[in-house]
Design a protein around this ligand. Structure first.
Ligand code: 13P
Length: 339
């Protein structure tokens, strides 16, 4: 393990003005996203769509890394240039989703555990050879009646730390993603309580398993009201609660925190990030690793049609630029009008 290389890779992913594009949708997830815009999911439509994203001119000013799916890291542009090379030539680091999705946690109804540790050491070596410089593993925590349980949180935190240690052994920066879902009627306070408890377990496990904190990025949810909660907290309250929770739980040795968007609208996700950065300075970089909040408007513009590519790329460039501005609290609603 090269500690300095890991730390420098983690820092470069969140260098000023930059964040991460999560384009690592599994086959099931991308099929759902495509269905919304009436595109059939095939190897070729997925490839064509990812080419739209990765070849957008100028995104390297806003995007420091892209998370790929197993299929995608092996794909290429229509002209035959492998995607990791396309990204690398722009100075964007390729990353890879390495978890294998969630399963029911036996004995704990309603709770999930993430699979993918078996054989992970060997897979990481292969991904590094394919060009990956960082990885992602997502744990999913659901808030509901009587859940999450302590065991549900502990099992997920333990798996995240096992994954993180294996990544660093393979000289890949692990993105550690404990996602507390927005689904449910819970309020902001309940989300704060669960997020805080999960982060405590995660950083305990990371320390126990000797993970180098300088060589990871944390990818958490924001502290936000449940989607079905009748009282939706304001942008300012979400920002305050999220920053408070992170300050209490995340050591300053961690170089960056890159949020997931989790079902927020694209504009909400940008506003929240902006409001949090206005509360700085913080001990870590506060940035984004958005999937839907960067891609939903792009998919809507593209709709599987070659003639829409220019428009879709313009939309992607715009969203990436807005989130980049939010990295330093410089995003304004005016930027949306200018689009
Ligand atoms: P969303 O931003 O759509 O939540 O996706 C981010 C991600 O990578 C989830 O694992």
């Amino acid at each position: 393990m090269d500690e300095q290389a890991l730390a420098s890779c983690a820092r470069s992913l969140v260098s000023p003005g930059k964040g991460i594009l999560a384009a690592d949708e599994s086959l099931g997830t991308i099929k759902k996203r495509f269905e919304h815009v009436n595109v059939a999911s095939s190897q070729e439509s997925r490839r064509a769509y990812r080419e739209v994203l990765f070849t957008t001119r100028g995104i390297e000013a806003f995007i420091g890394g892209v998370i790929l799916f197993d299929e995608t890291i092996r794909q290429a542009t229509e002209a035959g240039v492998p995607f990791p090379k396309v990204l690398g030539e722009k100075g964007i680091l390729p990353g890879i989703k390495v978890d294998e999705g969630t399963k029911e946690l036996a004995g704990f109804p309603g709770e999930k555990v993430t699979e993918g540790l078996d054989g992970l050491r060997e897979r990481l070596v292969e991904y590094r050879d394919l060009g990956a410089r960082f990885a992602k593993w997502r744990a999913v925590i659901t808030i509901g009646s009587g859940i999450p349980t302590r065991v549900g949180l502990l099992e997920n935190a333990h798996a995240l730390a096992r994954y993180a240690a294996l990544c660093q052994d393979a000289d890949l920066v692990p993105i550690v993603e404990p996602e507390v879902l927005m689904d449910g009627e819970h309020d902001l306070a309940r989300c704060e309580e669960v997020t805080a408890e999960m982060l405590r377990h995660v950083f305990f496990e990371l320390a126990e398993q000797r993970v180098l904190l300088e060589g990871i990025l944390l990818k958490p949810n924001m502290v936000i009201s449940g989607k079905a909660c009748s009282r939706q907290a304001s942008v300012e309250r979400v920002a305050e609660a999220t920053v408070r929770t992170l300050r209490r739980a995340v050591p300053a040795a961690v170089p960056g925190i890159v949020f997931l968007s989790g079902g927020q609208t694209p504009v909400q996700a940008t506003e929240h990030l902006n409001a949090m950065n206005l509360l700085g300075p913080h001990p870590w970089e506060l940035s984004f690793s958005y999937g839907r909040a960067l891609q939903d408007p792009v998919l809507d513009a593209w709709r599987g049609e070659a003639r829409n590519v220019t428009k879709a790329q313009k939309v992607f460039h715009h969203r990436a630029k807005c989130n980049s501005a939010a990295r330093s609290g410089k995003y304004t609603r005016k930027m949306e009008e200018a689009a």
